[in-house]
Design a protein around this ligand. Structure first.
Ligand SMILES: [Zn+2]
Length: 250
């Protein structure tokens, strides 16, 4: 089965930024994987949690429910500090993603660009930066050679995409988004399901109204846009409507 690996920063990114696309490719019998770098404990909205640990547990449970609704084959929340991904050890963070790439062996990866996605969040920018370096390094035997001592082998993912859009959010710090190369038409039903998946994050309920507005602002939210940032096989730019276009199964 073809495989798609999505690297995010916070529980709810998988639904808010990538939900329709994850759902669509699940329906096309692609195995989908989400690795979320933080448990989202810097959130202002904390539900019933009194401590960071309680909030982390709540958000991990919500993430699992959202992933289930989106048909994600395997979702994982790592333990990096929320809102501080720019302060973590780069070698460690990239290595954690390299390890998962070598284990999962996806053909396609999705993440945020260094702009930080539509919201410009620093964790989105860093998750995308780590994922980009990991995309390059996972295929090289001279990077993290200690991972290769027990049977794991290097893996070159064929395509790397950044989440992007053809508009910016007027109520945020302005970002300079990656060029749109790929439009994924998710349709009204998947849009509704994406929204339901987002609503599994009940600790973030105060955000629901704002998110619904920004989802539906453009094209009724039924198109998710990406930037093809790098490919294993060198090529010229072209416009696409399918992440697996030109992908070979191996
Ligand atoms: Zn986020």
């Amino acid at each position: 089965m073809p495989k798609l690996l999505c690297i995010t920063a916070h529980p709810d990114d998988e639904a808010g930024a990538f939900g329709g696309t994850l759902l669509l490719y699940h329906e096309r019998e692609v195995e989908t994987f989400v690795v979320c770098m933080t448990a989202g404990t810097a959130a202002r909205n904390r539900g019933t949690a009194n401590t960071d640990e309680e909030l982390a547990n709540l958000r991990r449970t919500e993430f699992a429910a959202s992933c289930k609704m989106l048909g994600v084959t395997h979702g994982e929340v790592l333990d990096y500090p929320d809102s501080k991904l720019d302060r973590v050890d780069l070698y460690q963070a990239v290595g954690d993603i390299v390890l998962r790439i070598r284990q999962i062996r996806p053909q396609v990866m999705l993440t945020f660009g260094p702009d930080g996605g539509l919201t410009g969040h620093i964790d989105h920018a860093m998750a995308g930066t780590f994922a980009t370096i990991a995309f390059e390094w996972a295929g090289r035997p001279d990077r993290y050679p200690e991972q290769l001592e027990h049977g794991l082998t290097p893996h070159r993912t064929q395509k790397l995409y950044y989440h992007t859009a053809d508009f910016v959010l007027p109520d945020r710090q302005l970002v300079s988004p990656p060029t749109v190369t790929t439009r994924i038409e998710i349709g009204k039903e998947r849009f509704a399901k994406k929204h339901m998946a987002f609503q599994q994050h009940t600790t973030q309920k105060p955000l629901f109204d704002r998110v619904r507005k920004s989802f539906s602002q453009r094209l009724e939210g039924t198109v998710e846009m990406f930037h093809l940032a790098a490919t294993r096989d060198p090529r010229e730019a072209k416009l696409e409507s399918d992440l697996f276009e030109d992908v070979t199964e191996e």
